[in-house]
Design a protein around this ligand. Sequence first.
Ligand code: 6R9
Length: 821
Amino acid sequence: MQREGLHAARGRSRTVWKNGQSSLPRFRELGAYHGQGDSRNGVAQLSLCWPWGGGVSQDWSQEGDDLAGVFRKHMVAAAAIRDTRALPPAVKALQTFVRVNVHDVGGPGVILLHVCCFQPHGARLRHSRGLLVTRVGMDRLKVLAGHFVAGGPASELDSRQTSAEASEPPTSIDVKYRARSNINDRGAYEALYKGSIQEPDKFWGKQGSQYAWKQQFQEQHVDCNIDVRRGKIRSRWFAGGLTNLAFNCLDRHVEDGRGDQPCFLWEGNDVGQDRVLTYRDTLAEVCRLGNWLRSQGISKGDVVAIYMPMVAELPIAMLACVRIGAIHNVVFGGFSADALAARVADSRARIIITSSTSVRGKKSTPLKQIVDQACKLASKEGFKVDKVLVLEHSALPKGKTPWTQGRDLWWADELSQQKPQCDVEWLPAEAPSFLLYTSGSTGKPKGVQHSTGGFMVGAGTTAKYVFDLQPGDVFWCTADCGWITGHTYLTYAPLLLGATSVIFEGVPVHPDPGRVWQIVAKYKVRQLYTAPTLIRALEAQDHKWVTKHDRSSLKLLGTVGEPINPRAWQWFHEVVGESRCPIVDTWWQTETGMIMIAALPGAWPLKPGCATLPLFGVLPVLLDSEGKEIKGAGEGVLVLKQAWPAMMQTLLNNQQRFEETYFAPQKGFYFTGDGARRDEDGYIWITGRVDDVINVSGHRVGTAEVEGALSSHAACDEAAVVGVEHKVKGQGIYAFVTLHSDSDYSDATRKELVKLVREQIGAFAAPDTIHWAPGLPKTRSGKILRRVLLKIAKGETKDLGDLSSLADSSVVDKLIERRGK
Ligand code: 6R9
């Protein structure tokens, strides 16, 4: 219909298409509307299609027309359509403002205009495409794109609409989804949840008995204290039980006749590199490595460091450790030699398992060489690494790998001499299973220590309910095993539940931005669990990279790691999941070991950007600034009132720091460090770290809120906000902003950005400084290092602290250079 309308719209008259749709549109991208920009006779055609159907179209000449006027007219036309047509109320409520993006699509004299409709707080509901003007007009259009968001008549419309609608509850999305588990309504959840809080012994006992125990745990098996006023903090689960994680992940399934089922599907950095490991294969390799570790004198309680790329041998090494009762300490393969040395020495890991190199995209990282440096650094600190076991990576063969005779050994040579059977070390449930270092807000990284039984049951139970994960499902968690998500939901939970876990060694845009979706199609992935940072990176690409691959196998999508902005959520939902897959936004931490707050999507509607409700055994509480509990709707600091099975046991060798960091700030609670809001439906929205809250003239401003407002500017790629001391206001807002590569870092844009924040949040939240940031300092997992930004903002550029976790440290110098410009 629209296409006909577009071609029919010749001449200089404006055509308003008839509304063909009266019901609420499904949140899906409209088809592409192709019009012709004709640069020969200087006439181009612009058309805009409204999400509820219909649109306007107009021809104009390159030279003669006032493009701004044309745009404004169209915006007014949009408003007129909105006001005068009998639109369904739901549609009306959703239309808040229209953003125009200009994309250069190449080709002969053609650019593409992207028109996005937003709901309050910048959530894109859907977008339509309007085409086309000639390249000649592009620069002017770029300016206009910003203009329509930040000022002029369109923005007047916007702000009116926004303030009228800001108080409306966010869209609630009820995807037709039935989990195969029995929790498909809120009542069933409430009943189970209540039991899990009131009788944890019983609830978790029942969950625990779904796993194999050499010796059954006691009926009253929970012994916890999270109140510093009542003595030592402890979290003991499944007391009296003896079990083993590797046995539950592997042997149990092979014994049940599932030995031939794929356990890991490994996809290499380059297309065509792949490998299937069945449960039987995996078990055999785990046993060989377990035997080798024992042959090196490693036994129960010893720490083994693992520093590897995302090859199947990484989770295999983890499983080999837990099989023999050793404690693994995985160090992310992107950490520097300094960071590795500190983690190896602190945990006293006598053995390091590594790989000759690592290749991600076009970049290789010489892991073995870094290990060599780390060993030197550690020995300077008085700690000696005895053995380094090296996996030969195809990108760096044996002859080219640096070697220390007597210390270094090849994986293949050593393991080929080992038997594929290895006795299981039966461990008390409270035996430590792994260490994982995580950065605190200050100082030295903390060695978070996890248990065996509680971690196992927490991991399995949460994956079963949140992801509806079942035997044989192909589950892809894109996290690296160097982070907690790669521990709990790439390695342990999928195997505990007998599923198939995808391991990807490469990067999502190599060799092209369709790689993730190609892998989804190749392995028929059922559940895809990823991070907002990856979603945003892929969202920025042309949608054809997604749509050209078959995504029909996908049933559920998940996110973790940071609050997901509604726009990215919407894109993930509509474009990737074709509006049929629920998105579970999962809130948890390295310290919690398992997902804590997330939707059970068969049981209640989702809200974009919201983690929703607590899982079983999780008792979240919001505290106000005086430490008083907030009942009902409200916003405060998120704490947890009850211990849960996968809770960290302690910080390695530092029970005192453990208690001070997590239990002393709010006595009687576990302090998460995150802020959260509870809405009228009881849903919990994570608002970000509380250390990221800025207090401006007594107003609390979430950095994420300001960042969201800045990011809604058409030219803004990313924004990061910190609070700096301000003489009058207490704290002022300092914003680092990255623009799209084709945008101008101009004063006009600066003003538009500030205006946007004023419009969307309020004048008190307007940034005092906009610092142009062609790149932001990020860790390899995509988290912005605000500590560094804060120092730059304060002008303390001499001592920026430890930068070893940065993905690209040159970004910092560029930022310092641009300070005050
Ligand atoms: C699993 C993981 C933990 C911190 C956490 C919070 C943030 C994680 C989130 C989220 C909003 C979510 N975070 N998931 N924020 N929504 N769904 O990421 O562990 O690396 O220890 O980070 O990440 O701030 O406190 P970890």
